[in-house]
Write a protein of this length. Sequence first.
Length: 353
Amino acid sequence: MNNTVFHGGNVWQGKDPSDWLDYSANIRPGRTMGWIADATQNARKAMRYYPQPDMSRARKGLAAYLDLPEDFVQPASGGASAIVLATACGMERVLLCSPCFGEYRAAAVNRGLPVESACLLKSGRRIADPAKAVRSVLKEGTLVWICNPMNPIGHAFSRDQILDLLALARQRHCRVALDEAFIDFCPAYSCRDLVKEWPELIVTGSLTKILGIPGIRLGYLCSRDALQLGQKALPWELNCFAEAIARELPFHREEIAEEARRNEGRRRPFTEGLRSLGLFVYPSASNFVLVDLGRDASSIVSMLKEKRILVRTCLDFEGLADGRHLRLAVKDDRSNRRLLRALKESLSCAENR
Protein backbone atom coordinates (compact mmCIF):
# COMPACT_ATOMS: atom_id res chain seq x y z
CA MET A 1 0.00 0.00 0.00
CA ASN A 2 1.18 3.54 -0.76
CA ASN A 3 2.36 5.08 2.52
CA THR A 4 1.78 8.65 1.38
CA VAL A 5 -0.58 10.35 3.84
CA PHE A 6 -3.39 12.41 2.37
CA HIS A 7 -5.19 15.14 4.28
CA GLY A 8 -8.10 17.46 3.71
CA GLY A 9 -7.83 21.21 3.94
CA ASN A 10 -5.92 21.84 0.71
CA VAL A 11 -7.23 25.38 0.33
CA TRP A 12 -3.88 26.67 -0.94
CA GLN A 13 -4.80 25.98 -4.56
CA GLY A 14 -5.52 29.56 -5.54
CA LYS A 15 -4.94 33.12 -4.52
CA ASP A 16 -7.10 33.14 -1.41
CA PRO A 17 -7.93 30.14 0.82
CA SER A 18 -11.23 31.78 1.77
CA ASP A 19 -12.39 31.27 -1.83
CA TRP A 20 -13.11 27.66 -0.95
CA LEU A 21 -15.96 26.10 0.96
CA ASP A 22 -13.91 23.38 2.58
CA TYR A 23 -15.76 20.20 3.53
CA SER A 24 -12.57 18.14 3.36
CA ALA A 25 -11.17 19.20 6.75
CA ASN A 26 -13.13 18.62 9.96
CA ILE A 27 -12.68 21.99 11.61
CA ARG A 28 -15.38 23.85 13.53
CA PRO A 29 -17.04 26.51 11.37
CA GLY A 30 -17.37 30.19 12.15
CA ARG A 31 -15.14 32.85 13.55
CA THR A 32 -12.37 32.25 16.03
CA MET A 33 -13.68 32.01 19.59
CA GLY A 34 -13.19 35.31 21.37
CA TRP A 35 -11.05 33.94 24.17
CA ILE A 36 -8.70 32.31 21.65
CA ALA A 37 -8.29 35.59 19.79
CA ASP A 38 -7.52 37.31 23.09
CA ALA A 39 -5.05 34.63 24.18
CA THR A 40 -3.11 34.72 20.92
CA GLN A 41 -3.11 38.50 20.83
CA ASN A 42 -1.68 38.63 24.35
CA ALA A 43 0.94 36.01 23.41
CA ARG A 44 2.45 38.16 20.68
CA LYS A 45 4.89 39.71 23.13
CA ALA A 46 6.40 36.25 23.64
CA MET A 47 7.28 35.83 19.95
CA ARG A 48 10.75 37.28 20.55
CA TYR A 49 11.67 34.46 22.94
CA TYR A 50 12.14 30.72 22.67
CA PRO A 51 9.16 28.81 24.10
CA GLN A 52 9.35 27.20 27.52
CA PRO A 53 11.43 24.00 26.98
CA ASP A 54 9.59 21.76 29.43
CA MET A 55 6.13 23.12 28.48
CA SER A 56 5.09 23.01 32.13
CA ARG A 57 2.64 25.91 31.78
CA ALA A 58 0.93 24.29 28.80
CA ARG A 59 0.97 20.91 30.55
CA LYS A 60 -0.74 22.37 33.60
CA GLY A 61 -3.51 23.89 31.50
CA LEU A 62 -4.04 20.74 29.45
CA ALA A 63 -4.02 18.51 32.54
CA ALA A 64 -6.65 20.65 34.23
CA TYR A 65 -8.82 20.62 31.12
CA LEU A 66 -8.41 16.85 30.66
CA ASP A 67 -8.87 16.22 34.41
CA LEU A 68 -5.64 14.23 34.68
CA PRO A 69 -2.48 14.51 36.80
CA GLU A 70 0.11 16.72 35.14
CA ASP A 71 2.69 13.95 34.82
CA PHE A 72 0.17 11.93 32.79
CA VAL A 73 0.01 14.61 30.07
CA GLN A 74 2.46 15.50 27.31
CA PRO A 75 1.67 18.58 25.16
CA ALA A 76 2.22 18.08 21.43
CA SER A 77 2.25 20.15 18.28
CA GLY A 78 -1.07 18.83 17.04
CA GLY A 79 -2.49 15.32 17.01
CA ALA A 80 -0.01 14.13 14.37
CA SER A 81 2.93 14.88 16.67
CA ALA A 82 1.23 12.97 19.50
CA ILE A 83 0.79 9.99 17.16
CA VAL A 84 4.53 9.96 16.43
CA LEU A 85 5.30 9.99 20.18
CA ALA A 86 2.85 7.17 20.88
CA THR A 87 4.40 5.01 18.18
CA ALA A 88 7.74 5.33 20.00
CA CYS A 89 6.39 3.49 23.05
CA GLY A 90 8.62 0.45 22.57
CA MET A 91 6.27 -2.05 20.94
CA GLU A 92 7.67 -4.26 18.19
CA ARG A 93 4.85 -4.01 15.66
CA VAL A 94 1.66 -2.07 14.93
CA LEU A 95 -1.89 -3.27 14.29
CA LEU A 96 -4.35 -0.79 12.80
CA CYS A 97 -8.08 -0.96 13.39
CA SER A 98 -9.13 0.24 9.96
CA PRO A 99 -10.49 2.26 8.22
CA CYS A 100 -8.29 4.79 9.94
CA PHE A 101 -6.11 7.89 9.68
CA GLY A 102 -3.03 7.32 7.52
CA GLU A 103 -0.66 8.93 10.05
CA TYR A 104 -0.68 5.77 12.19
CA ARG A 105 0.85 3.70 9.40
CA ALA A 106 3.23 6.47 8.36
CA ALA A 107 4.57 6.86 11.90
CA ALA A 108 5.10 3.12 12.20
CA VAL A 109 6.84 2.86 8.83
CA ASN A 110 9.12 5.74 9.74
CA ARG A 111 10.21 3.80 12.83
CA GLY A 112 10.76 0.63 10.81
CA LEU A 113 7.91 -1.24 12.50
CA PRO A 114 5.91 -3.91 10.66
CA VAL A 115 2.26 -2.96 10.19
CA GLU A 116 -0.85 -5.11 9.89
CA SER A 117 -4.50 -4.13 9.90
CA ALA A 118 -7.83 -5.53 11.01
CA CYS A 119 -10.80 -4.02 9.19
CA LEU A 120 -13.70 -3.15 11.50
CA LEU A 121 -16.05 -2.27 8.63
CA LYS A 122 -17.92 -5.44 7.79
CA SER A 123 -20.50 -6.44 5.18
CA GLY A 124 -23.85 -4.78 5.59
CA ARG A 125 -22.01 -1.64 6.69
CA ARG A 126 -21.61 -3.04 10.21
CA ILE A 127 -18.88 -1.91 12.62
CA ALA A 128 -17.24 -4.86 14.37
CA ASP A 129 -16.39 -4.97 18.05
CA PRO A 130 -12.66 -4.08 18.23
CA ALA A 131 -11.59 -6.79 20.67
CA LYS A 132 -13.34 -9.50 18.68
CA ALA A 133 -11.94 -8.18 15.41
CA VAL A 134 -8.29 -8.25 16.51
CA ARG A 135 -8.28 -11.27 18.85
CA SER A 136 -7.17 -13.81 16.24
CA VAL A 137 -4.32 -11.65 14.87
CA LEU A 138 -3.02 -9.82 17.96
CA LYS A 139 0.56 -10.84 18.75
CA GLU A 140 2.65 -10.07 21.81
CA GLY A 141 4.45 -6.73 21.66
CA THR A 142 1.90 -5.02 19.41
CA LEU A 143 0.70 -1.42 19.53
CA VAL A 144 -2.98 -1.42 18.54
CA TRP A 145 -4.25 1.82 17.00
CA ILE A 146 -7.93 2.66 17.23
CA CYS A 147 -9.69 5.97 16.71
CA ASN A 148 -12.75 6.94 18.73
CA PRO A 149 -14.89 8.26 17.16
CA MET A 150 -13.63 6.54 14.03
CA ASN A 151 -12.14 8.62 11.27
CA PRO A 152 -13.56 8.63 8.59
CA ILE A 153 -16.77 6.85 9.66
CA GLY A 154 -17.75 8.81 12.76
CA HIS A 155 -18.86 5.74 14.72
CA ALA A 156 -18.14 5.95 18.46
CA PHE A 157 -17.19 2.90 20.52
CA SER A 158 -18.58 2.38 24.00
CA ARG A 159 -16.44 2.44 27.11
CA ASP A 160 -17.06 -1.28 27.60
CA GLN A 161 -15.72 -2.01 24.13
CA ILE A 162 -12.52 -0.09 24.85
CA LEU A 163 -12.18 -1.87 28.20
CA ASP A 164 -12.52 -5.25 26.46
CA LEU A 165 -9.75 -4.24 24.05
CA LEU A 166 -7.54 -3.15 26.95
CA ALA A 167 -8.13 -6.44 28.77
CA LEU A 168 -7.08 -8.33 25.65
CA ALA A 169 -4.00 -6.13 25.29
CA ARG A 170 -3.01 -6.89 28.88
CA GLN A 171 -3.33 -10.63 28.27
CA ARG A 172 -1.14 -10.42 25.14
CA HIS A 173 1.43 -7.96 26.61
CA CYS A 174 0.43 -5.27 24.13
CA ARG A 175 -0.54 -1.61 24.28
CA VAL A 176 -3.51 0.29 22.91
CA ALA A 177 -3.16 3.74 21.34
CA LEU A 178 -6.58 5.37 21.43
CA ASP A 179 -6.85 8.41 19.18
CA GLU A 180 -9.47 10.80 20.57
CA ALA A 181 -8.84 13.54 18.01
CA PHE A 182 -12.57 14.30 17.71
CA ILE A 183 -13.68 13.38 21.23
CA ASP A 184 -14.55 16.95 22.22
CA PHE A 185 -17.54 16.70 19.88
CA CYS A 186 -18.82 13.68 21.84
CA PRO A 187 -17.09 13.88 25.26
CA ALA A 188 -19.28 11.20 26.86
CA TYR A 189 -17.27 8.60 24.92
CA SER A 190 -13.86 9.69 26.20
CA CYS A 191 -11.74 7.03 27.90
CA ARG A 192 -8.73 9.17 28.76
CA ASP A 193 -9.38 8.75 32.48
CA LEU A 194 -8.57 5.06 32.06
CA VAL A 195 -4.85 5.87 31.73
CA LYS A 196 -4.82 6.17 35.53
CA GLU A 197 -5.44 2.42 35.95
CA TRP A 198 -4.36 0.95 32.62
CA PRO A 199 -0.62 1.29 31.88
CA GLU A 200 -1.35 -0.40 28.54
CA LEU A 201 -3.31 2.65 27.37
CA ILE A 202 -2.02 5.67 25.47
CA VAL A 203 -4.51 8.37 24.47
CA THR A 204 -3.72 10.94 21.81
CA GLY A 205 -5.85 13.99 21.15
CA SER A 206 -6.13 17.26 19.30
CA LEU A 207 -7.67 20.62 20.10
CA THR A 208 -7.32 21.69 16.46
CA LYS A 209 -10.79 20.55 15.45
CA ILE A 210 -13.02 21.77 18.26
CA LEU A 211 -11.19 25.11 18.59
CA GLY A 212 -10.74 25.70 14.87
CA ILE A 213 -6.98 26.37 15.08
CA PRO A 214 -5.29 24.13 12.47
CA GLY A 215 -2.74 26.85 11.81
CA ILE A 216 -1.53 26.88 15.42
CA ARG A 217 -1.27 23.14 16.22
CA LEU A 218 -2.18 21.97 19.70
CA GLY A 219 -2.49 18.35 20.72
CA TYR A 220 -1.58 16.03 23.58
CA LEU A 221 -0.67 12.53 24.65
CA CYS A 222 -1.96 10.95 27.87
CA SER A 223 -0.48 7.88 29.53
CA ARG A 224 1.22 6.78 32.71
CA ASP A 225 4.55 7.12 30.93
CA ALA A 226 3.70 10.42 29.20
CA LEU A 227 6.78 12.24 30.49
CA GLN A 228 9.05 9.41 29.37
CA LEU A 229 7.51 9.42 25.89
CA GLY A 230 7.75 13.21 25.86
CA GLN A 231 11.54 12.93 26.02
CA LYS A 232 11.37 11.85 22.37
CA ALA A 233 9.64 15.08 21.31
CA LEU A 234 11.42 17.78 19.37
CA PRO A 235 12.71 20.77 21.36
CA TRP A 236 10.26 23.69 21.69
CA GLU A 237 7.35 21.53 20.60
CA LEU A 238 4.75 24.25 21.25
CA ASN A 239 4.91 27.82 19.99
CA CYS A 240 3.85 30.73 22.17
CA PHE A 241 0.33 30.84 20.73
CA ALA A 242 -0.36 27.15 21.36
CA GLU A 243 0.93 27.53 24.91
CA ALA A 244 -1.31 30.54 25.53
CA ILE A 245 -4.38 28.61 24.37
CA ALA A 246 -3.44 25.54 26.45
CA ARG A 247 -3.16 27.67 29.58
CA GLU A 248 -6.66 29.08 29.03
CA LEU A 249 -8.42 25.78 28.34
CA PRO A 250 -9.63 25.05 31.91
CA PHE A 251 -11.50 28.36 32.02
CA HIS A 252 -13.50 27.76 28.83
CA ARG A 253 -15.04 24.35 29.25
CA GLU A 254 -18.56 25.68 28.71
CA GLU A 255 -17.75 27.38 25.40
CA ILE A 256 -16.20 24.14 24.16
CA ALA A 257 -19.17 22.09 25.37
CA GLU A 258 -21.54 24.53 23.67
CA GLU A 259 -19.68 24.05 20.37
CA ALA A 260 -20.24 20.29 20.69
CA ARG A 261 -23.96 20.87 21.23
CA ARG A 262 -24.14 23.17 18.21
CA ASN A 263 -22.37 20.56 16.11
CA GLU A 264 -24.89 17.90 17.11
CA GLY A 265 -27.74 20.25 16.21
CA ARG A 266 -26.22 20.92 12.78
CA ARG A 267 -25.30 17.31 12.06
CA ARG A 268 -28.84 15.95 12.31
CA PRO A 269 -30.47 18.06 9.56
CA PHE A 270 -27.32 17.76 7.42
CA THR A 271 -27.50 13.96 7.65
CA GLU A 272 -31.22 14.02 6.84
CA GLY A 273 -30.54 16.25 3.82
CA LEU A 274 -27.91 13.86 2.49
CA ARG A 275 -30.22 10.90 2.95
CA SER A 276 -32.99 12.75 1.12
CA LEU A 277 -30.70 12.68 -1.93
CA GLY A 278 -30.78 8.89 -1.82
CA LEU A 279 -27.33 8.56 -0.26
CA PHE A 280 -26.31 6.23 2.53
CA VAL A 281 -24.90 8.10 5.52
CA TYR A 282 -23.19 6.21 8.31
CA PRO A 283 -24.36 7.18 11.81
CA SER A 284 -21.83 9.62 13.30
CA ALA A 285 -21.07 11.05 16.72
CA SER A 286 -18.49 13.50 15.37
CA ASN A 287 -18.28 16.68 13.29
CA PHE A 288 -18.17 14.79 10.02
CA VAL A 289 -20.16 12.11 8.23
CA LEU A 290 -19.21 9.34 5.82
CA VAL A 291 -21.37 9.11 2.70
CA ASP A 292 -21.65 6.19 0.29
CA LEU A 293 -22.68 7.59 -3.09
CA GLY A 294 -23.33 4.12 -4.48
CA ARG A 295 -21.25 5.02 -7.57
CA ASP A 296 -17.81 6.31 -8.46
CA ALA A 297 -17.35 9.69 -6.80
CA SER A 298 -14.66 11.17 -9.05
CA SER A 299 -16.99 13.12 -11.36
CA ILE A 300 -18.98 14.41 -8.38
CA VAL A 301 -15.78 15.58 -6.69
CA SER A 302 -14.72 17.40 -9.87
CA MET A 303 -18.08 19.13 -10.28
CA LEU A 304 -18.09 20.25 -6.67
CA LYS A 305 -14.58 21.60 -7.08
CA GLU A 306 -15.80 23.66 -10.04
CA LYS A 307 -18.26 25.20 -7.59
CA ARG A 308 -15.35 25.98 -5.20
CA ILE A 309 -16.31 23.22 -2.79
CA LEU A 310 -13.72 20.75 -1.49
CA VAL A 311 -14.68 17.30 -0.20
CA ARG A 312 -12.55 14.44 1.14
CA THR A 313 -12.32 11.33 -0.98
CA CYS A 314 -11.58 8.11 0.89
CA LEU A 315 -9.36 6.27 -1.59
CA ASP A 316 -6.47 6.23 0.88
CA PHE A 317 -8.51 4.73 3.73
CA GLU A 318 -8.07 0.96 4.00
CA GLY A 319 -11.42 -0.76 3.51
CA LEU A 320 -12.94 2.23 1.69
CA ALA A 321 -10.86 2.34 -1.50
CA ASP A 322 -13.85 1.61 -3.74
CA GLY A 323 -14.12 5.19 -4.96
CA ARG A 324 -17.72 5.58 -3.77
CA HIS A 325 -17.20 7.23 -0.40
CA LEU A 326 -16.86 10.85 0.66
CA ARG A 327 -16.15 12.22 4.12
CA LEU A 328 -17.96 15.51 4.64
CA ALA A 329 -17.39 17.95 7.50
CA VAL A 330 -20.37 19.35 9.38
CA LYS A 331 -20.46 23.12 8.99
CA ASP A 332 -22.91 25.91 9.73
CA ASP A 333 -26.47 25.50 8.43
CA ARG A 334 -26.05 27.99 5.59
CA SER A 335 -22.93 26.24 4.28
CA ASN A 336 -24.57 22.84 4.70
CA ARG A 337 -27.51 23.95 2.58
CA ARG A 338 -25.12 25.22 -0.10
CA LEU A 339 -23.29 21.89 -0.16
CA LEU A 340 -26.58 19.97 -0.38
CA ARG A 341 -27.75 22.08 -3.34
CA ALA A 342 -24.43 21.67 -5.12
CA LEU A 343 -24.37 17.95 -4.44
CA LYS A 344 -27.91 17.53 -5.74
CA GLU A 345 -27.01 19.37 -8.95
CA SER A 346 -23.82 17.36 -9.37
CA LEU A 347 -25.62 14.04 -8.84
CA SER A 348 -28.23 15.04 -11.41
CA CYS A 349 -25.58 16.06 -13.94
CA ALA A 350 -23.69 12.83 -13.39
CA GLU A 351 -26.83 10.78 -13.98
CA ASN A 352 -27.53 12.60 -17.27
CA ARG A 353 -24.04 12.16 -18.69
